[in-house]
Design a binder for this molecule. Structure first.
Ligand code: ZN
Length: 163
């Protein structure tokens, strides 16, 4: 019997991610298929829904709205902070991604503009506000192991590895 993608299955798939202009943003490519535990919120919700009920060998393309992918951009997430808050080191460059220490822990931000004493950083996800198209090819669907279910993620090739 062929297993369909349902809650508590581990799904392996190859993908190519493109934006509205058709530019490739990411692809599994030489990394090989990625694996995830279905129904555990390990991948973006729109993609997880598009995979539901499918089987190994299926290929499909799905375009997700920003809300179904990484959310809308929030301009309030662009903030001006003092350069010294970055703690010395090399001067940041626009486009650079930094881990900013906050009271809620480290947050990844993208440098927008660098002034003499301050820097404008954008805490939006780099893919926020973008409609994303995934071309997906499912390579395997299997039952999750008890250990994977207790961890809430897939193990093995393309999945989570514990160092
Ligand atoms: Zn684990």
């Amino acid at each position: 019997m062929t297993l369909s993608v349902t809650k508590n299955t581990v799904v392996s798939f190859n993908y190519t991610l493109t934006d509205e202009q058709g530019e490739t943003l990411d692809a599994s490519g030489e990394r090989g298929p990625m694996s995830y535990l279905h129904g555990a919120g390990n991948i973006i919700s729109g993609l997880e829904q598009a995979l539901q009920g499918r089987q190994a060998g299926e290929a499909f393309t799905v375009t997700l709205t920003p809300a179904e992918a990484y959310g809308e951009r929030n301009e309030a997430n662009i903030q001006r902070i003092p350069l010294k808050r970055l703690g010395g080191g090399a001067r940041p460059r626009p486009g650079q991604v930094l881990a900013l220490q906050t009271q809620r822990g480290p947050v990844q931000v993208t440098v927008v503009k660098v002034g003499r004493f301050s820097v404008d950083v954008d805490a939006n996800h780099p893919l926020a506000g973008k409609a994303l198209t995934f071309a997906v090819e499912i390579t395997a669907v299997r039952e999750a192991t008890a250990e994977e279910l207790s961890h809430g993620h897939a193990h093995g090739p393309g999945g989570h590895s514990h160092g």
